[in-house]
Design a protein around this ligand. Structure first.
Ligand SMILES: [Zn+2]
Length: 156
């Protein structure tokens, strides 16, 4: 649980403070130790911050039938959803072999499903000078999501 998980900027968007971002990166890094990656040998860890301040982690889990592999981001998100969380404020991603790695396209789509209503999700990467913050909307512009199905499509 992270006490002061996030705030809002002057435009009303979620922001994650430096300490919280650093903590999420550290938890993503720790989660990567649980990766099951005998094929790619590319461990990834992720940590998601739910709207209530709780944190859930995941690591990539591969399979001999390669397409069944699940990325760290989705494992972390599903972990949160199974705990009853439906709004994810931020996700940190860490990969030992690729600093600053971003979520793949499939994970971006899954993340979009769980971003806070009428708000964006902060994607936190390990940058050279510390945590780097990106907006999910910048990684998945003009996304398709639940709002499209209920007829309340927001304008970009
Ligand atoms: Zn992915």
């Amino acid at each position: 649980m992270i006490a002061s998980a996030s705030g809002r900027d002057r435009l009303g968007r979620h922001v994650v403070d430096h300490d919280t971002a650093a903590s999420l990166i550290a938890q993503a890094k720790a989660a990567a130790a649980h990766a099951y990656v005998p094929y790619s040998r590319f461990p990834v860890g992720a940590a998601v911050l739910a709207a209530d301040g709780s944190v859930f982690t995941g690591a990539n889990i591969e399979n001999a039938s390669y397409p069944l592999t699940c990325c760290a981001e989705r494992v972390a998100v599903f972990h949160a959803v199974m705990a009853g969380q439906t709004a994810i404020v931020a996700i940190a991603v860490w990969a030992e072999k690729s600093s600053g790695v971003t979520p793949c396209g499939a994970c971006r789509q899954v993340l979009n499903e769980w971003r806070p209503e009428r708000d964006d999700m902060v994607v936190i990467l390990e940058g050279l000078g510390g945590p780097e913050h990106l907006a999910l909307a910048d990684l998945l512009p003009r996304s398709f999501g639940p709002r499209d199905l209920d007829g309340s499509r927001r304008n970009p």
